[in-house]
Design a protein around this ligand. Structure first.
Ligand code: SF4
Length: 354
């Protein structure tokens, strides 16, 4: 098995990030995304090797995705994995497909009938354990691959495609063994809402890993939860309330139980996509904290901008920028500590879509 090789992103962007990150002793709680990340727990994504331009496809080519390499590569370390190469299939190689037969779904090369199922499943189990030890914040897989594809992989019976919603064998093992890990396909990342959700989850996951590395305590858990309140509400109000109750139970249940339950609910809650309606509620809620600080004209202006966002006339970044200005100008401490207003680098432009 080939050893995992982590590919760093372009030096310029990543070093800029690292330069702004807090070191161990400087770890502080604050509402800007940099304050919650750390150079010794790098943001890291697993990725199908062909997406970063490695010539590992069945035809000896690649499927480089420029968003992954040129944009995400500036902020994340990329850990490339090609399951088919790593089980020794070589490139170029005969194509494989998922085949339904009596023993379940198999990974087979139709040209020569060779069955790679057991080899792939054994490899995938070991590889996922290796990646888990390395630490990832998310994983981007190649769509439509019988090994890497996340969903809607074509399955054949007697040489004919049948309607099934399968995952590739490697991706299935990854998602089953590591259910909390954010996983997305390259194609789905073209959807701005799915893209934002995936990257927001990856940044959130990294913040949790940093917290664990620093040493979890009840006090730090409360600080972490407090900083994420509005972000959580934008995704899943019910989960936000459950997490609040969990944090409130600190001291009444064993700490290990509290931390495990919080971690699992936290990551699960962010899986729910933040909608325009939920963002609108959060923005109005935030405006409530400014109601005594803003004058009538300013309030009308912010309200009108939130309404424009609700109607899809302006992107989320517009009302968020307006509120941030008010928060800074009037030093509203609670809002200043909310990651909702600055959850990831603005250079990713995740909130600029209509
Ligand atoms: S989709 Fe997966 S198995 Fe196929 S070439 Fe890309 S990394 Fe390798």
């Amino acid at each position: 098995m080939r050893r995992l090789q982590v590919v760093a992103g372009p030096v310029r962007g990543r070093d800029e990030v690292r330069g702004r990150m807090k070191t161990n002793t400087e770890f502080v709680e604050h509402g800007c995304w940099q304050s919650w990340h750390s150079a010794d727990v790098p943001l890291r994504l697993g990725v199908s090797s062909c997406l970063i331009g490695e010539k590992v496809r069945f035809d000896g080519g690649h499927a480089r995705d420029r968003f992954v390499t040129d944009t995400l590569g500036q902020w994340f370390e990329l850990a490339p994995v090609c399951p088919e190469m790593e089980i020794g299939m070589g490139a170029p190689r005969p194509t494989v497909r998922l085949v339904e037969e009596g023993r379940g779904t198999r990974l087979v090369a139709p040209s020569n009938g060779k069955d790679f199922t057991e080899l792939m499943l054994a490899y995938a189990t070991d590889k996922v354990a290796e990646l888990f030890r390395l630490g990832l914040d998310g994983y981007i897989v190649k769509k439509a691959s019988p090994s890497c594809g996340m969903e809607r992989i074509r399955v054949y019976r007697n040489g004919v495609p049948v309607a099934r919603n399968e995952s590739g064998l490697f991706a299935r093992t990854l998602m089953e063994h590591w259910p909390a890990l954010p996983v997305e396909e390259d194609g789905r990342l073209n959807d701005p809402i799915l893209r934002e959700n995936f990257i927001e989850r990856a940044f959130s996951r990294n913040r949790w890993r940093v917290l664990v590395r620093r040493g979890l305590s009840r006090r730090r858990l409360i600080q972490f939860h407090t900083a994420h309140k509005l972000l959580l509400r934008a995704h899943n109000e019910a989960a936000y309330r459950r997490l609040g109750k969990l944090v409130g139970s600190a001291g009444t249940i064993p700490d290990r139980e509290l931390f495990d339950a919080y971690e699992s609910e936290f990551h699960e809650s962010l899986r729910t996509v933040a909608t325009r309606k939920k963002h609108t509620n959060v923005l109005l809620h935030a405006l409530g904290y400014l109601k005594n600080a803003l004058d009538a004209i300013e309030k009308r202006e912010v309200l009108a901008t939130i309404e424009d966002f609700r109607q899809g006339l302006v992107p989320l970044v517009v009302p968020v920028a307006l509120l941030r200005y008010g928060i800074r100008r009037h030093s509203v401490e609670y809002l200043a500590g909310q990651l909702y207003f600055d959850p990831h680098p603005k250079e990713l432009m995740l909130r600029n879509h209509p």
